[in-house]
Design a binder for this molecule. Structure first.
Ligand code: URA
Length: 241
C-alpha cells in the first residue's frame, strides 16, 4: 500500500506537491470515487484516475550500485551534490535509494521505484543482514569486540546482536580492519557502535546486503538486479528464507 499522492507522482503525472493539490481540488478518483483526503493509501489493485484519465503505473525497476565516497543517498540534493541516482542517467523511472549510506561510506546500495519493496527491505521487523568492513582507529580488545557483538547502548537504544570479526590490525599505524554484520539500519549505526567502544571509524564500506555482494564491480558501477534476485529478496524479508 502506498500513499495516493506518491502513486500519482510515481506515474510521472505531477510532483508530489502538485499531486496533493490535485487531490484537494477533487480531481482524483479511486475506484470511481472522488477522494479529497491526503492520507489515504492505495494498493496495486486500486484504479486511480486523475482528471478522468486512469494513471499508468511505472514499470518497477531494481538496481544495485557500488556507491563511491562523496555521494548523497537521496534522489536529489538541494545543494547540487552528486546523488546515487546520478549513476543511472538512462533510467526514466523515479528511482530512490533503499535505505541510506553516509556521504563518506562506500559500498552496496539498492535503488528502486517500488515503494513496497523498499519498505520491506528497510523495515526493522524484517531482519536483512548487512555486512560492513570498517577501518578503525586503534586495536580493540577482544572484550570490546564481544561487547559490540552483544549490543552497545546508543542514544536511541541498545543495538541488536551483531557478528564481529577482527580481520587485521596494523600496530605501526594503530589501525584495525573489522568486519561487522548487523540487521538493523539506524542512522550512522556502525560508526556510532564503534564510537561507543572508543574506536572511531576512519573508513567504512558496505560489502554485502543480504546475499548480494559487489563482485565484479568498481566504485561507481551499477547493474540491474535480476528478477530472481528481486524475488529472493522479497522472500527473505517476508519469510526469512
Ligand atoms: N552505518 C554507518 O555508520 N554508516 C553507513 O553509511 C551505514 C551504516
Amino acid at each position: 500500500m502506498e500513499r495516493l499522492q506518491k502513486v500519482i507522482a510515481h506515474a510521472g503525472i505531477a510532483s508530489r506537491r502538485k499531486a496533493e493539490e490535485l487531490i484537494l481540488e477533487g480531481k482524483v478518483k479511486v475506484n470511481g470515487e472522488i477522494v479529497k483526503e491526503l492520507g489515504i493509501k492505495v494498493s496495486e489493485n486500486d484504479r486511480v484516475e486523475v482528471s478522468g484519465v486512469q494513471i499508468e503505473k511505472e514499470k518497477p525497476v531494481y538496481y544495485l550500485l557500488y556507491k563511491p565516497r562523496g555521494v548523497i543517498s537521496a534522489a536529489s540534493d538541494d545543494k547540487g551534490r552528486k546523488t546515487v541516482t546520478d549513476f543511472f542517467p538512462l533510467s526514466e523511472e523515479r528511482i530512490y535509494p533503499v535505505g541510506r549510506l553516509d556521504y563518506e561510506t562506500t559500498g552496496l546500495i539498492l535503488l528502486t521505484n517500488d515503494g513496497e519493496f523498499s519498505n520491506l527491505l528497510t523495515h526493522p521487523k524484517y531482519h536483512i543482514n548487512k555486512s560492513y568492513v570498517a577501518k578503525v582507529k586503534g586495536i580493540p580488545s577482544k572484550e570490546l569486540l564481544k561487547k559490540l557483538e552483544r549490543g552497545v547502548q546508543l542514544e536511541d537504544g541498545k543495538t541488536a546482536p551483531a557478528h564481529v570479526k577482527l580481520t587485521s590490525s596494523d600496530r605501526k599505524k594503530g589501525t584495525s580492519i573489522i568486519e561487522i554484520t548487523i540487521h538493523e539500519g539506524r542512522n550512522r549505526q556502525v560508526r556510532r557502535m564503534f564510537e561507543a567502544i572508543g574506536h572511531e571509524v576512519i573508513k567504512l564500506k558496505r560489502e554485502r546486503f543480504a546475499f548480494l555482494d559487489l563482485k565484479g564491480l568498481n566504485a561507481g558501477d551499477g547493474r540491474e538486479l535480476t528478477p530472481h534476485e528481486v524475488k529472493q529478496l522479497r522472500s527473505l524479508a517476508e519469510n526469512g528464507i
